[in-house]
Write a protein that binds this ligand. Sequence first.
Ligand code: KG4
Ligand code: ZN
Length: 347
Amino acid sequence: MRILGIETSCDETAAAIVENGNDILSNIVATSAEIHSNAGGIIPEHAARQQIVSIIPVVERAIKAASGNVELKQYIKTKIDAISVTVGPGLIGSLLVGVETAKTLSYLWKKNIIPVNHLLGHVYANWLDTKIFPSFPLVALVVSGGHTDFIVMKTHGKVEWVGGTRDDAAGEAFDKTARLLSLPYPGGPSLSKIAQKYIEKNPEKKLNLFPRPMINHENLDCSFSGLKTSIIKQITNNDKRYSNQRLAAETQEAIVEVLVRKSLKAIKQYKPKSFLLAGGVAANFRLRKTLTNKLSSMHDNLSFHVPDVRLCTDNAAYIASCAFYNNNPRSWKDISANPQLSIENTV
Ligand code: KG4
Ligand code: ZN
């Protein structure tokens, strides 16, 4: 089954064609990051305006890249089985661009739409371009710019939220700290780059300048806003005592340590067959490495899955994969955007 995926929940405009939830035939992402870099953060209206400009060319590029020698109209008619689209959560203006485009294409092409939850979509990056699939029951940690959630899945479509952030998301903590340190937008990758430099130069250095909020709480909840306050205090009173590289490494370590400790707690509690990392922050090298080391030495019967770095941040391939495994087709009349959608729901 070949599914066209469309994703516009934040500042990216993305379209992809994926076969049977696994094989990426095309994956096009247009970002408006440059527009936001001057402001140091996403301006929702600017993002949506850019997405309106980009959406049709991006969908067309995705279909052309997948269709090879087959003529475009013919490919759409005979080779695309369904359209999938992110319906939430996300920025309302941005979501509407993708959702209304998908509805129009569904009407014109007479194909069903499969609505997809953006956060659950991230999890399905772990089914893309791989021969080793996750096993159920699984625990997944979704760490993105706006969300930090632990979920348990007994099978496809059976999602239970079991913990997460009480305030700022992990990605937000990366981004806000990067801004405080005057690092270029997008903040997470910039911060992790200079943090890595510090770690390479000081491999033995204990990084424990900042608190690890809620790390010892019995539940899977975490909080990153207190961390931000400590960082602000430290930067304001810094007197150049610590370099930006050191502060970046300290911030990253505090976030990674909390996420890793809570992940180990989740594994102990739910005894899954697989543990999955997903979301933009899953691209973080330190987080990937620390989890890989901890999990390989702890659990023989547990498989650890993390998507290829290029598939961690927003793209439409995982939307199409999620749609394949959660194939609830609808008419275009029954689809609407929901910016507040919870990770446990599709619509
Ligand atoms: O999932 P995503 O692409 O978009 C949302 O759904 O929010 O996640 C974006 C988040 C941003 O906060 C970004 O700074 C963070 O992922 N991020 C990283 C890295 N790459 C992206 N954070 C830390 N280290 C990275 N290498
Ligand atoms: Zn995302």
